[in-house]
Ligand binder design. Structure first.
Ligand code: FAD
Length: 487
């Protein structure tokens, strides 16, 4: 790695802020540290496609494209720029240090597989080359080893983890949003965002995405949620047909809003009595699952690959390419499952209750390896997040930390009747069933012929018959579990 240029005074040697999944100006510790150094600031984003880093899924690329454009605009508004470079982070930072003569590099820490090793090696090389490095906790409330059991070691069960974790979150005021950033004497070259090809073409499957990536909308969504749906969050969060959750997950994943900002705003809402305490606690506990999944991932290895409970790596999963295709396309014949999978394809997002139902169907009704489902969600979710996706898939599969037991097998019909009693969610995402009454919409194959005819539904033609029988699938899943236990 080259050494910084010695033809400029130290205070004029710029600070590189390496933006990663913290695409915001407010309350951003890495940006704050760079600015506080008094040096000119060079904001950087690196599209690193090295093999050690998991490649982004299609929906994530879509989001990143828009979010970077938004961050670049926000930086321009305060007299700065966003430098875009593609390549291995180590090579890109080395080149930029040489071009700019930077004397400081700052970033917020990430813990996905491959990141700590890459970032650690990069930090050592920068320091050896005389560049100061400062790294920060800007993507999570707490570092993944911050919450320790009394006897030592990290938690594997959520409730005691969260009870301990919430007392450790430091109450500090938000770091200010800079109103201006000092520019370097010469701006280094920047690649064109469009040349990265992050937006899908041939075909452009993103036409239904109704998201507005960027810090401003993340902030607006949080405010809207805190003054509205938060009041009845605990009950409404399970109703996919109503707007009962915050829809902040992609904004949080990309760091357009930080978890500390959410934490602080929820507490301010509590002080204003904007919502009952139990509703606010429930919401913050969900944000807590994000921290829990992170600390499991960071401490227990790559959970998108191996089961947290190693016994499950011997599970007799089936190879069923046809079943997998039917599930991916939302053509299983179970309306609640199909509506969810189609919402995922249309929006790049699926309601949490329906993620549980669809994931359970893949793993327990079809006995397909949860890794297949994890990979599909990784490619199609705009909030695809290594820790949360793998953690939740393993939770559903029964192999994860503090997981739902394998023998708890969701019935997709009764789940639909309970959480979408009017059938409106199904009507929206499986419109060929829209004219069925609520009494028939969750299990059309049980509806009398005249009800189907009146709704224009022809089973096997306009809508599939169930690809598996629930009772038979349930018995098969329980047998598979018994075989695992006997092994
Ligand atoms: C099979 C499966 C896969 C999932 N994959 C992802 C994923 O890749 N990325 C992701 O962010 N979430 C994932 N989740 C968790 C959850 O479904 C989403 O975070 C949630 O639906 C996002 O909607 P929201 O922002 O309206 O959530 P809200 O209910 O408003 O919750 C607020 C925030 O808390 C966090 N959160 C909520 N529920 C969970 C949870 N169960 N686990 C971890 N964090 C949570 C999210 O950051 C969310 O934005 C998955 C869940 C399942 C069952």
């Amino acid at each position: 790695m080259p050494t910084p240029r010695d033809d400029q005074p130290a205070s004029e040697a710029p600070a590189i802020v390496w933006f990663r999944r913290d695409l915001r100006l407010s309350d951003n510790p890495a940006l704050h540290a760079a600015r506080a150094s008094g040096r000119p600031v060079v904001p950087l984003y690196v599209l690193d496609e090295s093999p050690a880093i998991r490649p982004l899924g299609g929906a994530s690329k879509w989001w990143l494209d828009k979010s970077l454009a938004s961050l670049a605009r926000d930086l321009e508004a305060i007299g700065s720029r966003l430098i875009l470079r593609r390549g291995p982070a180590e090579a890109v930072l080395a080149a930029l240090v040489q071009e700019t003569g930077a004397g400081l590099a700052t970033w917020n820490r990430l813990y996905d597989p491959g990141y700590p090793e890459r970032d650690g090696a990069l930090e050592r090389r920068l320091v050896a080359a005389g560049v100061e490095v400062s790294t920060h906790e800007g993507c999570y409330l707490l570092a993944p080893d911050a919450v320790q059991k009394k006897a030592g070691g990290t938690f594997n069960v959520f409730t005691p983890f969260w009870r301990a974790a919430r007392t450790l979150v430091e109450e500090r005021p938000a770091l200010p949003r800079p109103s201006q950033l000092k520019s370097p004497a010469r701006w280094p070259a920047c690649e064109a965002l469009a040349s990265w090809g992050l937006h899908p073409t041939r075909p452009d499957w993103s036409t239904g995405f109704d998201w507005r990536p960027g810090e401003a909308d993340a902030d607006a969504l949080l405010r809207e949620f805190l003054s509205g749906a938060l009041k009845s969050y605990a009950a409404d969060r399970d109703r996919p047909g109503v707007e009962g959750t915050s829809r902040l997950s992609p904004h949080l994943h990309w760091g357009e809003i930080g978890p500390r900002q959410v934490w602080r705003a929820a507490h301010r809402a509590q002080e204003r009595r904007a919502a009952p305490d139990d509703q606010i606690d429930k919401f913050l506990a969900e944000v807590g699952w994000r921290e829990f999944n992170l600390q499991i991932l960071a401490n227990k290895g790559d959970l998108a690959k191996v089961s947290f409970d190693p016994a499950f790596d011997r599970f007799p999963f089936r190879r069923d390419p046809q079943g997998l295709k039917a599930w991916q396309k939302g053509l299983t014949g179970y309306p609640m499952v199909d509506a969810g999978m189609r919402q995922l394809w249309a929006l790049g997002w699926m309601h949490n209750r329906v993620r549980l139902i669809t994931a359970s169907f893949l793993v327990k009704h079809l006995l397909i390896d949860w890794r297949e489902g994890e990979a599909w969600f990784w490619d199609t979710l705009v909030d695809a997040d290594h820790a949360n996706n793998a953690g939740n898939w393993q939770w559903v599969a029964g192999s994860g930390a503090d997981a739902s037991p394998w023998f708890r097998i969701f019935n997709p019909v009764t789940q639909g009747e309970k959480f979408d009693p009017s059938g409106d969610y199904i009507r929206r995402w499986a419109p060929e069933l829209a004219k069925l009454p609520a009494s028939a919409i969750h299990a059309p194959w049980t509806a009398p012929p005249d009800v189907l005819a009146a709704a224009g539904v022809q089973l096997g033609r306009t809508y599939p018959r169930p690809i598996v029988d629930h009772a038979a699938a349930r018995a098969r899943a329980l047998d598979a579990l018994k075989s695992l236990r006997a092994a």
